[in-house]
Ligand binder design. Structure first.
Ligand SMILES: Nc1nc2c(c(=O)[nH]1)N[C@H]1C(S)=C(S)[C@@H](COP(=O)(O)O)O[C@H]1N2
Ligand SMILES: [Mo]
Length: 252
């Protein structure tokens, strides 16, 4: 069977069971094809599974919308005050020379990257929108290195399914699946609109995941961990957001 007709068949099955015999059956089919999101439990669980499974089958390779330079927002909103912890302030006072992004877990070569190292890799830019779940958005140019470049450098194990990512801001942590991690628009960003990435918008280093809502674009990132399961992190729901009632998969 071709990939496309297989997808169509699974999707038809998902849609039919969602209508006819309830979301639980759709979740069962999704499980068979490895399409279960980490936050599949609880009352919204079957709905989350249906959304994630259908999105993954239809849009694995689709691109988030990119904009022209003239559409860049005059004032990019900084949603949150920077995390003025002592640790952050010390790193900031030293011009972030000692900022590190450590990458470990299911990789061949666990590595700690400085910002200069990350900037030495081929840089890419994208003009995309940050969309907050609260209903506001802004468009900016993001400059950085594709996450896939760094993952290829460290050598991801074939059993890996997720990249968990952590901020110096301890309340915020996230994860994405491998389809998003290897997607060409998923960047580790250090620049914005031609300048250094401002601290208010997540500088010195921010994940940019334009195919999902703003909360997946974690600011101030310090650590990535490649893993085959999100069960061992926090409450096992894939990120901090589902613990507060938001979806782990926030595709737009
Ligand atoms: N570390 C950290 N990352 C974060 C947040 C945060 O409070 N702390 N807010 C998230 C949310 S809810 C949104 S909508 C975007 C906002 O991005 P902005 O500050 O550039 O507007 O950042 C996301 N990343
Ligand atoms: Mo948000």
């Amino acid at each position: 069977m071709t990939d496309l007709s297989r997808r169509k068949l699974i999707l038809t099955g998902l849609a039919a069971t969602a209508g006819a015999s309830g979301l639980g059956v759709a979740a069962h089919i999704a499980e068979k094809y490895g399409l279960i999101p980490p936050d599949h439990g609880g009352i919204y669980g079957p709905g989350e599974t249906l959304t994630y499974a259908a999105q993954r089958l239809l849009t694995r390779h689709s691109l988030a919308r990119e904009f022209s330079r003239s559409q860049i927002s005059k004032r990019p909103l900084a949603n949150e005050m920077p995390p003025l912890t002592e640790a952050f302030k010390r790193l900031q006072a030293a011009g972030f020379a000692d900022w590190r992004l450590s990458v470990d877990g299911m990789v061949d070569r666990p590595t700690s990257f400085s910002l200069d190292q990350l900037k030495s890799y081929p840089s890419r830019s994208q003009i995309t929108e940050v969309i907050c779940e609260e209903g506001w958005s802004y468009i900016a140019e993001w400059i950085g290195v594709p996450l896939s470049h760094v993952l290829n450098l460290v050598g991801v194990h074939s059993q890996a399914r997720y990249v968990a990512y952590f901020s110096i801001d301890p309340d915020w942590w996230e994860s994405m699946d491998m389809a998003d991690a290897m997607h060409p628009q998923t960047f580790l960003t250090y620049g914005m609109n031609g300048n250094e990435l401002p601290v208010g918008n997540g500088g010195p280093l921010r994940m940019r995941l334009p195919r999902q809502l703003g909360y997946k674009s974690l600011k101030f990132i310090t650590h990535l961990m490649v893993t085959d399961s999100m069960k061992k992190f926090g409450k096992g729901l894939g990120s901090a957001e589902p613990e507060a009632g938001y979806a782990w998969y926030a595709g737009i």
